[in-house]
Design a protein around this ligand. Sequence first.
Ligand code: FDA
Length: 396
Amino acid sequence: MENCNVVILGAGAAGLMAGIEAARRGRSVRVLDHARAPGEKIRISGGGRCNFTNRLLTRSNATERFISQNPRFALSALSRFTPSDFIARIEAAGIAWHEKHLGQLFCDGKATQIVDLLVRELRGAGGALHLQTTIEAVRRADEGFIVDTSQGPIAAQAVVVATGGKSIPKMGATGLGYDIARSFGLDIVETRPGLVPLAFAEQDLARTAPLAGLARPARVSHGKTRFDEDLLFTHRGLSGPAILQISSYWREGDAISIDLMPGADIAALLAEQRGQAGRQALHNALARHMPEKLAQFLVAEAGLEGRLADQSNKALARLADQTHRWQVRPVGSEGYRTAEVTLGGVSTRELDAKTMEVRRVPGLYFIGEVVDVTGWLGGYNFQWAWASGWAAGQAV
Ligand code: FDA
C-alpha cells in the first residue's frame, strides 16, 4: 500500500496551500482531487482574474466579515497568515495585481497564474498531486488513517479534508467533506447557499420584469446588517454584489429593505421640483434622478399617478418610502447552482483554531470552505482558504 505522512483531500485553494506548507516542512504529501485540473474555482473566480484577498481585512473587523457560529474561531489563522503574506508570495512570483474598490485585490492577468504558482510550489517542495482520483472513504488504521481511492488505498499519518463546499456542483463540488465529518461523528452546522442571487415569486416578478438588466447603487439591509453596493434586477429576481452579500444573512421568509437612492432625500427633491416644474408627470419628475423604467416602477408601486403638482406631501412621503425603504420578500435563492459559497459546515467547536485539527480525532484536519467559516464577497473566502490551509500545513 502507498504510504505517506499527509494526504490532502481536495486540490483547491486551501488544499494546495496546506500541501505546500506541509511539504516545505519535510512531510511526504499527496494532494488528491477527482477533477482533471487543480484549483478550478481559483481559475474561474473574479471573472477569470481571481479576487485573491482583501487588503482591508484586519483582526478587528474579521469577526464581522466572516460568518460562523463562532466568528472568533477564524482569528488565529487569519492573523498568522495575512493578506500581506499572500501578496508577498504572488509578488515574489512576479504576478502583477491591482486593487479594485473596497480593498479587493485581483490579478492583472489570468487567475491561472495563481493556480500555476501553487502547483509549482507544491511540486517544488516535493509534494505530489494526484488528479482524477476519486476518494471513496477515510478510515482509521492502527497508526493514522487509510484513504480508499479509485487508484487504491493510501496509508497516512494525517488526513486534511479540503474538499470545499457544495457550491457549483458542475465544477466538481460534492458533499464529501461533510460525509467524512459525519463518519467520524462530528457536528455539522446546517449548510445553505451563500453569496447567491435571490429569487422573487411570480407575482413580484411580473412587476419587476421590465427592470431586468438594470443595475443601481443601492443600500440593502437585513436587520442591522447592510451593504452599500450595486444591485442588479434580473429575470429571476435580484442579484449584484449588494444582494449577494445580504443573501448570506437572509433566511427564507425574511424581508430585506432596499434604498434605491442612498444618500438622497427623494421627497425633499420632488417637493422642491413641485414649486418649479409641477406640470410634469410624477414619473418624469422622478426620472430626473434615476432611469425612467425604475421611476415608472416606483410610482406604480406607491399607487400614485398624475402630475407632480397634484401630489400632496403625504403622497411624496409614500414615494420616498418606496424608494428608500422598498421592502422585498424573496421566495428563495438560486441555490448551489450559482452560489459562490456554502454557509455552515464542520462546526468550529470540533476543531483547534490554531491547527484546524479535529480535537477528538488527532491527525484529522478540516480547512477552507468545508468548515463553518464563510467570508463576505471580495476576496475574504480565498483569504480564509489560504490562512486555514497555511495553519494546518504548519501542524500536520
Ligand atoms: P475549493 O472548492 O476551492 O476546492 C475543493 C476541491 O476539492 C476541488 O478541487 C474539488 O474538485 C475537490 N473535491 C470536491 N469533492 C471531491 C471528491 N468527492 N473527491 C475528490 N475531490 C473532491 N472567493 C474569493 O475570495 N474571491 C473570489 O473572487 C471568488 N470568486 C468565486 C467565483 C465563483 C463562481 C465561485 C463558485 C466561488 C468564488 N469564490 C471566491 C469562493 C472561493 O472559490 C471558495 O471559497 C474557495 O475556492 C474555497 O476553497 P477550498 O479549497 O476550501 O475549496
